[in-house]
Design a protein around this ligand. Structure first.
Ligand SMILES: Cc1cc2nc3c(=O)[nH]c(=O)nc-3n(C[C@H](O)[C@H](O)[C@H](O)COP(=O)(O)OP(=O)(O)OC[C@H]3O[C@@H](n4cnc5c(N)ncnc54)[C@H](O)[C@@H]3O)c2cc1C
Length: 309
């Protein structure tokens, strides 16, 4: 889509703007076509201005964080892509508030959040070790492992809605679910407060993380680009086992392949396109359904155009 020059000019007053920016450089799959315009906001306050400019000019707006749970179409994303993950330019803010909660900007890289929390004497963040991406994406996805999830530690989030209005929303754990924080479509998280236990055993916390990272290093195909687990686990089943038992270990389409190490990971083995990955996802879903009558649901979020517009 052609975004009028004056709109790009207005956006650039509130953030760093990159036109026709290839999103494969912003996703951990290392695939995905261009964003018409990618904007890295100058500050949290500038986010509502960017949303308002896009809305007033009927330009669609899409939010991405670290791109570690995304499959972006080969023909890219139309309109504005708001990039909310720490980058070379702006550094995220974190602080311990008077009430003892920990505040972090949504753009905080998880790894930095973990270090900050542990150094400030908190525990309960070890589950995040090795989960890539940024805090906003982690909250939106209610990311986690068997050790814990974001919904267990987030108290409230600051959001900007589709009209550009901002407010703070308390997290009601009863309304959250597996990989879903129920924040509401179109709402952009700009920051969050966390309730964490205190500990004086910093070394113990660091050891927990080291163990988690070592274990993940053995189980996950970290030498290849991926987006982690592609499918959610259906009730009472493990997706990796269903895929494995369906005989799909190592199955490949184009440059995309089912990991031999962890069959719920699709890896970009050899210059895969997003279409290769999407086709492989379809093949896995069809095969598992034919063999076991179980419908796999993707955990990975697909966005943008997969067909030439
Ligand atoms: C090697 C590997 C291992 C992984 N292991 C795990 C794991 O153990 N557990 C797990 O749960 N996940 C795992 N993942 C998936 C992924 O890392 C998590 O879902 C992560 O939290 C996504 O964060 P992100 O910043 O990359 O979000 P993105 O992938 O950029 O975005 C994910 C979704 O959140 C939305 N979003 C992002 N930021 C915001 C924001 N500020 N406001 C509103 N919406 C936003 C996006 O629009 C999109 O819908 C893994 C991925 C990889 C590559």
């Amino acid at each position: 889509m052609k975004i009028p020059r004056q709109v790009i000019q207005s956006l650039s007053e509130w953030g760093q703007v990159r036109e026709n920016e290839l999103l494969k450089n912003y996703t951990t799959f290392k695939t995905g076509g261009p964003a018409d315009v990618l904007v890295a906001p100058m500050s949290n306050r500038s986010i509502s201005h960017i949303v308002t400019i896009a809305a007033e000019n009927q330009v669609p707006l899409t939010v991405i964080g670290g791109g570690s749970n995304l499959l972006v179409g080969d023909y890219g994303i139309e309109g504005v892509v708001l990039w909310l993950c720490e980058n070379g330019g702006r550094k995220a803010a974190m602080s311990v508030l008077e009430d003892g909660t920990l505040y972090a900007d949504a753009m905080t890289v998880k790894e930095n959040f973990i270090s900050y929390a542990v150094d400030a004497g908190f525990s309960g963040v070890a589950f995040m070790a090795g989960i890539p991406g940024c805090i906003g994406g982690g909250i939106m996805m209610n990311a986690g492992t068997f050790m814990g999830t974001f919904s267990e530690i987030v108290k409230d989030v600051d959001i900007v809605d589709q009209n550009g209005d901002d407010r703070t929303v308390a997290i009601d754990r009863a309304r959250t679910s597996y990989r879903n924080m129920n924040i509401g479509a179109g709402n952009i998280i700009t920051g969050a407060r966390f309730v964490l236990e205190r500990t004086d055993d910093r070394e113990g916390e660091l050891n927990k993380m080291r163990e988690v990272l070592a274990d993940r290093g053995k189980k996950h195909p970290l030498d290849y680009p991926s987006a982690g687990s592609v499918f959610k686990n259906p009730d009472g089943h493990s997706s990796w086992k269903l895929i494995n038992d369906a005989g799909l270990k190592g199955a490949a389409i184009g440059g995309a392949s089912v990991s031999e190490l962890h069959t719920n990971f699709i890896i970009n083995l050899n210059n895969a396109t997003s279409q290769d990955i999407r086709d492989l996802i379809s093949k896995i879903r069809e095969t598992v359904y034919q063999k076991f009558g179980i419908e796999l649901e993707t955990e990975v979020k697909m966005m943008g155009a997969f067909e030439r517009p």
